[in-house]
Write a protein that binds this ligand. Structure first.
Ligand SMILES: Cc1ncc(COP(=O)(O)O)c(C=O)c1O
Length: 439
């Protein structure tokens, strides 16, 4: 193996060639910066910059003291990973299947004639519904789009406006797919701490000062914490973002129809690049793979341009199905029930945990409850698994995996009262056991 070059671009290019040819295998160590700089007769900073570019491009990874290694296919944590064996699944992040409507029945209802190439990308009635829904919350002029879900929308929006290596402000802790999207897209993340009222203004200010070119924000039912923006907090964030009108603002309002909290907008009126994304995954079902997007005209045009060269449109059969459901009063009733039940289930869990003296910092909305422990989250997850409960460790949701070591995320979407009672007692016992082992 011989890495060549005298500039950062040449050195990085040489490493990429060797990775592509297989000379450098996944996980192979790159020479230490000092050693390679000596061999090539260049400044250490040049090699360090080359390595940083390779990391940003997803070709290499830093392993702290282990140096820089060639990246393997990223092992990204995902939603939907549930219980192994006989464990009760409080890990998956999934909605309750009993609170989702019948997709096949809806697909069969109403008028549907399969469109051919060249048909409008949006089902006209779905578009009318979406426009009315968005118009309640958006004062700026906007256009609508349909994407294959919220994650697809976020990925395309970032792609449309950013380039690899750009800094993106994301919540900390954060939705798993956002962490994955940033890693796969080669963006750098600027973690913005979240408290009970959403993104913290000081942290957002710092991320923007550090050069963030986009912000991805969950206005309510934040995953994993359950936090929702208060009106006041949204106004603070809006004021901060108003000073950066060129920054792309993506609002991921994923729980909209079944959220127990109002939507508070963070996009400032003068923003030139913004999108409000409303996935239907949580209330019509993740298999529709569909999100409605409202965005400024320029952003919509960029997204359409990207779509038209490739996928062109989201299946009109899926759109037809979504439309039949969104216009159905029985589905509205189901959503009322879902909103009430999700709030009741997460509230119940919080109550039982607090009765056991366990810290639950936020009043949650959504499917999940975030629990902060004074023991290691991974150890608590392992202990709970032995006791028959599957939950997820908090560090998975951190843009920086060293953070949130003492937290766990518990999905309460299907939780029953006896389960809430039993789980809280088992978690308290697991924590006590871990304390006694530590002393
Ligand atoms: C914050 C957040 N956004 C979006 C989604 C849904 O994404 P999609 O529409 O791609 O299914 C989820 C699902 O867990 C989520 O937690």
């Amino acid at each position: 193996m011989r890495i060549k070059g005298t500039t950062a671009a040449e050195i990085a290019g040489s490493v990429r060639d060797q990775v592509a040819s297989g000379e450098l295998a996944p996980r192979a160590s790159l020479p230490p910066v000092r050693v390679l700089a000596g061999e090539l007769g260049v400044n250490r900073n040049t090699v360090a910059l080359a390595y940083r570019r390779l990391v940003e491009a997803g070709v290499a990874e830093t392993r702290g003291r282990g140096g820089t290694v060639v990246a393997a296919v990223p092992q990204l944590a995902r939603e939907g990973v549930g219980a192994g064996g006989d464990c009760v699944d409080l890990a998956s992040g999934n909605p309750d299947p009993l609170l989702l409507p019948d997709l096949l029945g809806a697909a069969r209802r109403g008028e549907y004639s399969p469109p051919l190439y060249g048909a409008p990308a949006i089902d006209p009635e779905l578009d009318t519904w979406a426009r009315a829904d968005f118009a309640e919350d958006i004062e700026q002029p906007f256009r609508t789009l349909v994407t294959h879900g919220a994650v697809d929308a976020t990925e395309r929006l970032l792609n449309a406006h950013l380039t690899r290596g750009d800094l993106v402000a994301i919540e900390d802790p954060c939705f798993l797919a956002s962490i994955g999207t940033l890693r796969l897209g080669g963006y750098r993340s600027a973690p913005v701490r979240v408290d009970g009222a959403g993104m913290r203004p000081d942290a957002l200010r710092a991320a923007l000062a550090a050069g963030a070119r986009a912000v991805v924000c969950t206005p309510r039912a934040h995953n994993p914490t359950g936090a929702s923006l208060t009106e006041e907090r949204a106004a603070d964030l809006r004021a901060i973002l108003a000073r950066h009108p060129q920054v792309l603002v993506i609002e991921d309002d994923h729980f909209s129809a079944v959220s127990a909290r109002p939507y508070h907008r963070v996009t400032p009126p003068g923003s030139t690049r913004w999108a409000l994304v409303r996935s239907v995954s949580k209330f019509l079902g993740p298999d529709l793979r569909l999100a409605l997007v409202a965005a400024d005209a320029g952003t919509t045009a960029r997204l359409e341009a990207r779509l038209s060269a490739g996928t062109t449109w989201v299946s009109r059969l899926l759109q037809h199905t979504a439309r039949e459901l969104l216009l159905d009063p029985r589905v509205h009733e189901l959503h009322e029930r879902a909103r009430e039940l999700y709030a009741r289930r997460s509230g119940l869990l919080v109550e039982r945990l607090r009765a056991q003296g366990i810290e639950v910092p936020y009043r949650p909305d959504g499917l999940n409850v975030w629990v902060e422990l004074d023991v290691d989250g991974r150890a608590a997850v392992a202990d709970l698994a032995r006791r028959g409960w599957a939950v997820r460790p908090g560090h998975l949701f951190a843009p920086d995996p060293a953070a949130h070591q003492g937290a766990i995320r518990v999905t309460a979407a299907t939780l029953t009262e006896p389960q809430a009672e039993a789980f809280a007692a088992e978690l308290a016992a697991a924590v006590a056991e871990l304390h006694s082992k530590a002393t």
